[in-house]
Design a protein around this ligand. Structure first.
Ligand SMILES: [Zn+2]
Ligand SMILES: [Zn+2]
Length: 156
């Protein structure tokens, strides 16, 4: 008799196509198993980390956004953007600048380099408050509350 237990003990890896024990797959947060075995996941990660400009950009965005949010006291650990969210965002709308629709790049520091921009400047780089823009639109829309306050106090 076939039980559920027996069925979940082995799984075929979608990359190397080997039948492996479920211990050799990664348990995701929703309790389902990864489609690729751990060996394949590692290999893929190593290749991607070294060569993929999108991966490098995401790491850079996460680092600088966190630093900036902390600097302006806007960091919200629960809402702060995640790597997975950024990957999805780039996949969904990472080709054109949100404001001027100019095509953005991920592999060089040029005018058209893709930037992570906030929609509401009074909030941090939180999920639902970020968008991808070109470098010049990023600068144009960058106006954190503290800078504004400083300008006001200077005037009055
Ligand atoms: Zn595999
Ligand atoms: Zn733009």
């Amino acid at each position: 008799m076939e039980t559920n237990n027996e069925q979940t003990n082995f799984q075929k890896c979608s990359r190397c196509e080997k039948i492996k024990s479920t211990d050799e797959f990664r348990m995701k947060s929703n309790k389902s198993l990864s489609k690729m075995c751990l060996t394949c996941l590692e290999t893929k990660k190593r290749i991607r980390n070294r060569n993929d400009p999108v991966e490098i950009t995401i790491e850079k965005w996460l680092r600088s956004s966190k630093k900036e949010d902390k600097m302006y006291n806007l960091y919200n650990e629960e809402k702060f953007v995640t790597k997975e969210y950024l990957k999805q965002l780039i996949e969904d709308c990472g080709v054109d600048c949100f404001y001027c629709m100019r095509e953005v790049q991920y592999d060089c520091a040029q005018v058209d380099e893709a930037k992570l921009s906030k929609i509401d400047q009074d909030l941090g780089y939180n999920i639902d408050n970020i968008t991808i823009t070109c470098h010049s639109c990023n600068i144009k829309h960058f106006n954190p509350p503290q800078l504004r306050n400083m300008q006001y106090t200077k005037k009055h």
